[in-house]
Design a protein around this ligand. Structure first.
Ligand SMILES: [Zn+2]
Length: 358
């Protein structure tokens, strides 16, 4: 029997008829890659949306400075969330994560594009957002971001957008506002999700998390020793897959190295860190309790393959396979209908999961 993700009942029952009524729609899915033609029924998926700054950037036009022939790229953002909505049931998508740099200069026009993109899945697939360096403190006279933590992020995506949405009934404890570190702020918060009998918790941390944000995250993790914890934070690894060192952004906060030392490595139940910001890389480390922590960076804005420009719609598909105790990582663009198959783009990670059918 298919192992469904826990969702409100009103959303679960349509899954049963969608498969038959919309069989034609399912047939249009991109063909699976060669060695994954059989998908066990209890697999479930996490989608990672890497930096979308180039898609939202219709005003500042940073994209055209690098690729003069390129025009408005917002269709890439819309194409990603439309693909997620279309593949929600077929791929058993439990959650969508955005790893930051949602916008280029956090201008209203850019947030409105992000808002429109996420409205596509607003009532269909739960998502978690993460603030990046481009989502705060842009100073036009310097043409630089992260000059302060001032941001419209929480205006366009306030906590109430999630706490008042029935789709998130299973993702919050009864006191929903307590999931957010600061009242009215979406920069640091956490959500639960359940898949195949396993309890997961996703903590999203602001870019360069301040000491107080790290202290809060430690408290959240300590209060949930029975959950499998995933951490989102925008800047964490280098291009070469090492923990990041202190950077030149003027805002105060911590590097990937410190996030690892003061938070991630300390909890036996943290198994995955997802980040953006600096290309495509992966690092697996051993935490203080002997647990493996997989750290995956995804950012296709500047990429080393010249034909990939401003992201080209690439996203990550993390398929959890409880029957095999592994997580399959794939990189796919719904815009190009193409998988990247290099070792840094397509790989498998060991992760012990308690298999539970039904
Ligand atoms: Zn960034």
């Amino acid at each position: 029997m298919k192992c469904l993700i826990r969702q409100p009942l009103r959303l679960v029952w349509p899954l049963l008829w969608t498969a038959s009524i919309f069989a034609d729609e399912i047939k249009t899915l991109p063909p699976p890659i060669a060695n994954d033609t059989v998908k066990p029924a209890d697999d479930f998926t996490l989608i990672v949306l890497p930096d979308t700054q180039g898609y939202a950037d219709t005003r500042h036009r940073e994209t055209q400075k690098h690729w003069p022939e390129m025009g408005d790229q917002r269709a890439c953002f819309f194409g990603q969330t439309e693909w997620i909505k279309k593949n929600h049931e077929a791929r058993n998508i439990a959650l969508v994560t955005h790893v930051g740099d949602i916008t280029q200069t956090e201008h209203d026009d850019e947030w409105k594009i992000a808002d429109a993109a996420f409205k596509t899945i607003e009532s269909h697939v739960p998502y978690v957002l993460c603030s990046g360096n481009h989502d705060m403190g842009y100073l036009p006279q310097l043409r630089k971001t992260s000059q302060s933590r001032a941001s419209q992020f929480s205006r366009y995506f306030p906590p109430s957008r999630f706490t008042k949405n029935p789709l998130y009934d299973a993702h919050f404890a009864p006191e929903r506002e307590r999931h957010f570190r600061e009242a009215g702020k979406t920069e640091n918060y956490y959500l639960f999700f359940q898949a195949c009998g396993m309890d997961f918790l996703v903590i999203t941390l602001e870019f360069k998390p301040r000491d107080e944000a790290i202290a809060w995250a430690n408290q959240v993790a300590e209060r949930h020793p029975g959950h499998r914890i995933i951490v989102l934070t925008h800047g964490y690894l280098t291009k070469k897959g090492r923990l990041s060192e202190p950077d030149g952004y003027p805002i105060k906060g911590n590097s990937g190295q410190v996030i690892w030392e003061k938070f991630v490595s300390r909890h036996a139940n943290i198994f995955l860190v997802l980040s953006g910001h600096a290309g495509e890389s992966q690092l697996t480390s051993e935490g203080r309790h002997g647990n493996l922590v997989h750290q995956i960076q995804s950012d296709y804005w500047y990429f080393d393959l010249p034909r990939i420009k401003a992201g080209s719609g690439f996203l990550r598909i993390l398929t959890f396979r409880p029957g095999e105790d592994r997580i399959q990582v794939e990189t796919y663009s719904p815009v190009l209908d193409e998988f990247l198959t290099r070792p840094s783009s397509k790989f498998s990670l060991p992760y012990a999961m308690k298999k539970k059918s039904g």
